[in-house]
Design a protein around this ligand. Structure first.
Ligand SMILES: NC(=O)c1ccc[n+]([C@@H]2O[C@H](COP(=O)([O-])OP(=O)(O)OC[C@H]3O[C@@H](n4cnc5c(N)ncnc54)[C@H](O)[C@@H]3O)[C@@H](O)[C@H]2O)c1
Length: 373
């Protein structure tokens, strides 16, 4: 198979969809890898490195799209790339189609095989390709929050771990899943006072066992959120209600009650956000705004600022699926691997992922009917 790696064109997207190690694995398996010139630079991989391993470095994006059987990307295709869609092309990338009506229409009309990273799903319900990005976002939430707590960045001017005789900062994590746990790990490591709220008692039990007395666990309800958020120095929004838009569980009144110079990092903004005072995502160029004296950070693609970590974390998890598709062809790969079959969002012009069909009132076709299994 010919596998194409175009350069990401979304603003501030420094990741690349295949590392040199991944290119090496595909070439050793007998495939051809085309890499757009400069595609790996943001992640620290030179064109020379790819070519030394046998990949072909191509000057322009158009040739990559036209010559490839499968395009690997990180972010969803942007409108300038829709012209490359065609019937015999496979695209494997983050798609988030439920938020992308034009992209969905374009993929369906062109009959492109659209496989989404974010819907690959293990029998346990875990979304394995999303997990490493959540792990990075959780750690980064504490890192960014600590920076904005500094006085020169508009914060209270509080050191996360305090010093002997002076208490540490209080970090409140709302939602103790992958993002939340990762944030807690970083916060505990830095020496903060940490409180986590979740509605899943088993999750709180797990966190309590893992972090022992270093973390205070609290059942998440309106009363407990009011009490903890009011005195927090840094609040991290990390909830997820699978398949649904996040609800605004931290209200404007709760934000008003916080001390000036406190910080909120809403990691959930990519799903609509859980903070009432945050109406839309911020960007890496302009990451924060102040409302009611509180600094709000709401960047929707947090992992893209640490591409040398996030590219490796992403491709470690995507490569086995990529190899399976390349070795077997998309259809046989999806028949052989039900976990990968969940990636099918649009096939043969039909919407094969229920949440996407529901989002746009489109007809849903079960992928099993197309695969005839
Ligand atoms: N901004 C970014 O760059 C970025 C990166 C990765 C993930 N995310 C987002 O972070 C969010 C969390 O992802 P995750 O992987 O940790 O999900 P997860 O499913 O692992 O964890 C979510 C947790 O929220 C809990 N929860 C649900 N409702 C709650 C409530 N009312 N109060 C308290 N807890 C509640 C759940 O019980 C669960 O433990 C998602 O919205 C995801 O899209 C954003």
């Amino acid at each position: 198979m010919i596998i194409g790696i175009p350069k990401e064109i979304k603003i501030q997207e420094n990741r690349v969809s295949l590392t040199p190690a991944g290119a090496d694995a595909l070439i050793r398996a007998g495939h051809t890898v085309l890499v757009e010139k400069g595609a790996g630079i943001g992640s620290g991989f030179s064109d020379e490195l790819y070519s030394q391993l046998g990949a072909k470095v191509i000057e322009d994006a158009a040739s990559i799209w036209e010559r490839s059987d499968m395009i690997l990307k990180v972010k969803e295709p942007l409108p300038s790339e829709y012209k490359y869609f065609r019937e015999d092309l496979i695209i494997f990338t983050f798609l988030h189609l439920a938020n992308e009506p034009e992209l969905t229409k374009s993929l369906a009309e062109s009959k492109t095989i659209a496989l989404a990273y974010e819907t690959v799903q293990l029998p346990s319900g875990v979304l394995p390709i999303l997990t490493p990005m959540s792990e990075i976002a959780g750690r980064m939430a504490v890192q960014q929050g600590s920076i904005y707590l500094e006085k020169i960045h508009g914060g209270k001017g509080k050191l996360i771990d305090g010093v002997p005789g002076v208490p540490p900062a209080h970090i409140v994590v709302v939602g103790g899943g992958i993002v939340g746990t990762s944030a807690i790990r970083r916060a505990v490591g830095l020496g903060a006072r940490v409180t986590v709220l979740d509605i899943n008692i088993d999750r709180l039990r797990y966190l309590s066992e893992v972090f022992m007395s270093k973390v205070e666990t609290l059942y998440s309800n309106n009363y407990n959120i009011i009490q903890t958020v009011r005195t927090a120095d840094l609040v991290i929004g990390a909830v997820l209600i699978p398949g649904a838009k996040t609800t605004k569980i931290i209200t404007e009144d709760m934000v008003k009650a916080m001390e000036p110079g406190s910080v909120i990092v809403d990691v959930t903004i990519d799903q609509g956000g859980c903070i009432e005072t945050i109406k839309r995502p911020t960007t890496h160029e302009n990451p924060v705004f102040v409302k009611h004296g509180v600094i709000h950070y709401a960047v929707a693609n947090i992992p893209s600022v640490v591409p040398q970590t996030s590219t490796l974390a992403l491709t470690n998890i995507t490569l086995p699926y990529v190899l399976q598709i390349a070795n077997m062809g998309w259809k046989d790969a999806l028949i052989a691997n039900p976990v990968l079959a969940k990636s099918a969002n649009i096939v043969d012009g039909k919407v094969t992922y229920k949440a996407v069909a529901d989002a746009f009132d489109m007809e849903y076709t079960n992928i099993e009917d197309i695969l005839k299994i």
